[in-house]
Design a protein around this ligand. Structure first.
Ligand SMILES: [Zn+2]
Length: 131
């Protein structure tokens, strides 16, 4: 259900943009972060369904591309950057991380200096990009 609510707000963003700018054709990319706990297929399905309704209702044309953004981390102590795929994480940890990204700070450390003080540079949240 979470996916449908998300899809709805994405389509609403595009429709609002249409109303604002008087544009009728939109080329958009929906970027979903790797750390976002979401069923990708369900979101994709919801987006396509809602897109069709919005297109008819508002007489606009929406081109939709959905892509995943990889998570990237940067150590606050030594400046090293790495990705989720670069490190060894047990499967249950991976699951926990996807579910509650905040817990990642207790499970993961900088591969270089072992610090737990790092920032999540990318891979969180969902956003729409207008191309
Ligand atoms: Zn470090």
């Amino acid at each position: 259900m979470h996916e449908w609510a998300l899809a709805e707000s994405i389509i609403l963003t595009i429709v609002n943009e249409a109303k604002k700018g008087g544009r009728y054709s939109f080329d958009t990319e929906v970027v979903v972060g790797e750390l976002q706990s979401i069923d990708f297929e369900t979101l994709e399905y919801a987006l396509r369904e809602l897109k069709t309704i919005a297109e008819q209702e508002h007489n606009i044309s929406i081109k939709l591309k959905i892509s995943r953004e990889r998570a990237q981390f940067k150590c606050s102590r030594c400046g090293f950057t790495w990705r989720l795929a670069d490190i060894e994480l047990a499967d249950d940890m991976k699951e926990a991380v996807h579910f509650v990204p905040e817990v990642i700070h207790s499970y993961m450390q900088c591969p270089r200096c072992k610090s737990h003080d790092f920032e999540i540079v990318s891979g969180r949240g969902v956003y729409v990009r207008f191309i």
